[in-house]
Design a protein. Structure first.
Length: 78
């Protein structure tokens, strides 16, 4: 698995966490509420939602990649 493929698979989650982090940061700055756990919990919740939404797609790619690896084992041995 190349780094580009991994980044493509995780792009949705990373963008979501980035947007949630910026929004929470702006709200915290506007209200002068500087509690780091608020930002962490919001990002963790957003990432959980994205993983539940895209989980089947990601699992499909991981199964395909693992199958390819197992098929290549005989070529690596001999």
């Amino acid at each position: 698995m190349t780094p580009e493929l991994a980044l493509t698979e995780l792009r949705g989650g990373l963008i979501t966490v980035l947007i949630v982090g910026v929004v929470v940061g702006v709200v915290q700055a506007a209200t002068q509420l500087n509690e780091p756990t608020i930002a962490f919990v919001a990002k963790a919740a957003a990432l959980t939602v994205v993983l539940f939404a895209l989980g089947s797609l990601l699992i499909g790619h991981l199964v395909e990649y693992t199958t390819l690896l197992f098929q290549r084992i005989p070529h690596l041995i001999g």
